[in-house]
Design a protein around this ligand. Structure first.
Ligand SMILES: C[S@@+](CC[C@H](N)C(=O)[O-])C[C@H]1O[C@@H](n2cnc3c(N)ncnc32)[C@H](O)[C@@H]1O
Length: 619
């Protein structure tokens, strides 16, 4: 197949192609054309009529028996190349949705350059009444174009009555889809939210992550139909408040209707962009967001806005998709891939860098998993190639391997002036980190980490050591007095805001926080119930029946549900069975009669490597 310049001898074949689909051939002599030739036959044609600042694309046609093979996209690309830097205009009543996905926008006649109105297709009655589309070169990934594509997609999901999870085998599963259970929600979460709020669009469970407390103010970025916002509302209770922000009117209408119908008095949904949050400065305790920020065209600004609206000490807890390696070029400029949470995703390091640059501290990736798409089906490959003929099955495989779902937490620090200065007077020692030569003092390691945490909360911390800075001890009247009274047993000595707070021991983090006047450390997730679930799993993994009975009893008394215990047992079982599966796989590879090289090529080495990893995560 080749795309080549049109010559006069091609006109009869072109006229036949146009006639077959009822397209006019009038004025073609005023155009420059390209034909698609296959086995010596002209099977496609496109032409442009140029003005100084624009190019009208005409007669884009492909023979009926050759459609669905990407020829149309290649012809359009050839026409765009011919047009150079000009604005592209197209009148069509059949391929409008297709060109819109490629960055063309529906416009009125008043919006096209004036010179276009003098071209053949616009001056007479040719195709009169047909919709007009326009593309400004270089603007395919224009933020406004992307935003309207994203809004259209999510509006359509609500209008279509549900989530984007297509039935199995339909070949149109979106990257945003996942089973909500697999995404980290418990059955009790799914039962608690109103029907119709969970559209299956998330890629994690940021509410669990946020460890929300009663009375807190929570902001959900890109709240969709309100699933996470409703779950958060239950956690913060009547004394707390949840604000959901979303730009898609259909999503907001669904969320507001559900809130009213189910009596959620502590939730409100505001229309707005997450890049310009309709929320006051320093008014929010925790921000949650689920599979949304990747869709923003200005992620750095989203994080700066998040920082602005959080109170000092407030937390950012998001689940999102990031890239572990760049996407294939063919997918980067594709609007459909953008709206499906793919093409807009940042490389993981860039994503974390944007959070840090906004001023957040204590940034932690608390969870990361490969985002499983499954291998592309032949229908998916065909659909993708209709959108962009350059996309290959290998591109789709590479794209699915590049995406990870991450859960990230970060804190907005407390400004230094809000807290009391902490001074630590250590006994004589060679270093205060707790790691000196071959020996490790766990107490000092813990205390050093607590001081780092205090600094991250904006507290000024000074530390001096009797062996290295004796003058600091001698010049401080309270420290000198303590040393004179108790000798070195007075050390370590801790002063906060000029007052001696403790002598002879290293205080705990919560105590330091209270003295310094900052919010205490977040409550630990390792509750008694979690400890019993871990113990149940360990009992299964170690085949210890009495241990299982003992911890089962304790878990029951703590009110742990049967489903949670089953999940713990299944996880333990999956971990336990992994080595056996791995060795069976190894045996299979060694004992396979087919020659190793040939078999690897036939099966695909990626799949051989990937399968055991998937079974490990089965729990
Ligand atoms: C993948 S859905 C996730 C919805 C919801 N968080 C959930 O888990 O069900 C993305 C949502 O973000 C919204 N959204 C995307 N970009 C946005 C932006 N820049 N400003 C506001 N909302 C946005 C969309 O309208 C859509 O409702």
């Amino acid at each position: 197949m080749s795309i080549r310049p049109r010559v006069p001898a091609d006109f009869p074949a072109i006229a036949r192609l146009l006639g077959a689909v009822g397209l006019p051939a009038a004025g073609l002599d005023r155009t420059e054309g390209r034909v698609c030739e296959l086995d010596g036959q002209v099977v496609g044609h496109v032409a442009i009529e140029t003005t100084p600042d624009a190019a009208v694309i005409r007669s884009l046609v492909v023979a009926a028996e050759r459609r669905g093979q990407g020829l149309g996209a290649q012809l359009l690309e050839a026409a765009e190349a011919l047009a150079g830097p000009r604005i592209l205009v197209l009148k069509t009543d059949s391929i409008g949705p297709w060109v819109q996905r490629l960055g063309y926008q529906a416009v009125t006649l008043a919006e096209v350059p004036a010179s276009v109105l003098a071209t053949t297709q616009f001056e007479g009655s040719l195709c009169s009444g047909y919709p007009v589309f326009m593309r400004v070169p270089g603007a395919v990934m224009d933020p406004a174009v992307i935003k309207s594509a994203v809004r259209r997609r999510y509006g359509a999901i609500v209008a279509g009555g549900g989530g984007c999870c297509a039935p199995a085998g339909s070949g149109s599963r979106s990257s945003c889809c996942d089973s909500s259970l697999a995404a980290g929600y418990g059955p009790e979460d799914l039962a608690a939210a109103p029907d119709g709020a969970n559209l299956g669009l998330g890629c994690g469970n940021p509410v669990a992550l946020a460890s929300l407390k009663p009375g807190e103010v929570v902001l959900d970025l890109g709240s969709g139909a309100g699933f996470d916002a409703f779950l958060a509302a239950r956690r913060v209770g009547a004394g707390g408040r949840v604000i959901g922000v979303d730009m898609t009117p259909e999503m907001l209408a669904r969320a507001r209707e559900l809130a009213a119908r189910h009596g959620y008095a502590n939730v409100e949904f505001r229309q707005g962009d997450i890049e310009r949050l309709p929320v006051e400065d320093a008014s929010v305790d925790a921000i949650i967001s689920n599979c949304v920020i990747n869709l923003s065209t200005d992620k750095a600004r989203v994080f700066r806005e998040s920082f602005r609206v959080l109170k000092p000490g407030g937390r950012l807890m998001v689940s999102d998709l990031v890239l572990l390696k760049p996407l294939p070029a063919a997918m980067r400029g594709n609007l459909d891939a953008y709206a499906a949470c793919l093409a807009g995703a940042l490389l993981k390091d860039d994503y974390l860098g944007a959070i840090r640059a906004a001023g957040f501290q204590q940034l932690e990736v608390v969870g990361e998993s490969r985002y499983e798409f499954g291998d592309p089906t032949p229908e998916q490959v065909a659909t993708a190639r209709k959108l962009d003929a350059a996309i290959t099955p290998a591109d789709l495989e590479a794209a699915s391997e590049a995406v990870a779902s991450v859960k990230i937490s970060a804190l907005k620090p407390v400004p230094a002036r809000a807290a009391g200065r902490v001074q630590v007077f250590d006994p004589a020692m060679c270093c205060a980190t707790g790691v000196c030569g071959p020996s490790v003092d766990p107490e000092l390691v813990r205390f050093s980490a607590d001081l780092d945490w205090l600094r991250s909360q904006g507290v000024a911390v000074e530390r001096c050591n009797l062996a290295q800075q004796p003058m600091a001890f001698a010049q401080d009247p309270e420290v000198r007095a303590a040393l004179e009274a108790q000798g070195e047993t007075a050390l370590p000595l801790i002063k906060v805001a000029g007052q001696v707070k403790s002598l002879g021991s290293y205080p705990l983090r919560a105590q330091l926080a209270a003295w310094a006047g900052v919010a205490g450390p977040a409550a630990s997730l390792y509750t008694e119930a979690v400890r019993e679930l871990v113990a149940l799993g360990a009992a299964v993994a170690s085949n210890c029946e009495p241990c299982f009975k003992f911890h089962y009893g304790k878990a029951r008394r703590l009110g742990v549900s049967r489903e949670d215990m089953l999940s713990a047992v299944r996880t333990a079982q999956a971990v336990k069975e992994t080595p056996a599966k791995a060795v069976l796989g190894l045996a299979e590879r060694y004992l396979d009669p087919a020659p190793r090289e040939g078999r690897l090529r036939a099966t695909g080495s990626r799949r051989l490597a990937a399968k055991p990893a998937r079974t490990c995560c089965a729990g």
